[in-house]
Design a protein. Structure first.
Length: 249
């Protein structure tokens, strides 16, 4: 079989399941990977809550390194949310933190051999982005009413170009979920393709494979860093879009 670096992105049905009227609810490798990430997120939150409650009841009890790391990540995301969207956005902190962990863990789980890189599929990233986009838009309209339209009218713009500016700003606003999802999916897919190609060189190089193998280790470490960075950027952009809905700027 010819080498195909794109084969790793194929969605495979592991357990075909169909409801009446042809509705497909089959369990696939993508569903399994997302379920693993979700279970890890829930487990991390539950374990962290247990240790936090224990520390509050017994101040002498020391926090574990896991709990300290979890709290550090939480504070980092909280600081980012406040700096981009203000104090009013803290009500959305559970949602923002969950998004960050879910994206991050799906990126990292996709690095494990024989797993599936869920965030490399535009269908997944766009589904997340469009749900957040619609939710934030509805929130902004409910909060500001007709004043929400001022988001598409730049302050200080001459009156005669306002219609054109309104259309341009509206198009930019509607393109946000597309750019958000494409950025994440494209970066994850590119990284996995590069790793797959280098891994193939390791296998096919025989005794000379130690050179591409060393490169593979370096690129794997770099890809892990990129996974963390992409999750952070995705979450930060969500916070920026949330700021538009809350503060109209």
């Amino acid at each position: 079989m010819a080498f195909n670096p794109m084969h790793q992105f194929a969605v495979t049905r592991l357990l075909p399941l169909y409801l009446p009227w042809g509705i497909d609810i089959s369990i696939s490798n993508a569903a399994i990977s997302m379920l693993i990430s979700l279970l890890i997120v829930v487990s991390m939150a539950y374990i962290s809550r247990i240790y936090k409650d224990r520390a509050m009841k017994n101040p002498v009890c020391k926090l574990t390194k896991f709990h300290m790391l979890f709290e550090l990540i939480y504070q980092m995301i909280e600081t980012m949310l406040i700096s981009t969207s203000g104090q009013k956005a803290l009500r959305f902190m559970p949602l923002i933190f969950t998004i960050f962990l879910f994206i991050l863990l799906n990126d990292l789980v996709g690095m494990i051999p024989a797993t599936f890189a869920v965030t490399s599929h535009i269908a997944v990233t766009f589904s997340i982005a469009i749900v957040l986009f619609i939710g934030m838009t509805i929130f902004g309209i409910c909060k500001h009413g007709f004043n929400f339209l001022s988001l598409f009218i730049p302050k200080g713009a001459p009156f005669f170009i306002l219609p054109m500016m309104f259309v341009i700003e509206l198009c930019i606003y509607l393109a946000k979920p597309i750019s958000l999802s494409l950025r994440l999916a494209a970066n994850v897919m590119a990284g996995h393709i590069i790793l797959k190609v280098i891994a193939y060189l390791v296998v096919s190089s025989g005794v000379m494979g130690f050179l591409p193998f060393a490169l593979l280790i370096i690129l794997t470490g770099f890809e892990i860093f990129v996974s963390i960075l992409q999750a952070y950027i995705f979450t930060m952009l969500v916070c920026v879009y949330l700021n538009d809905a809350i503060n109209l700027h």
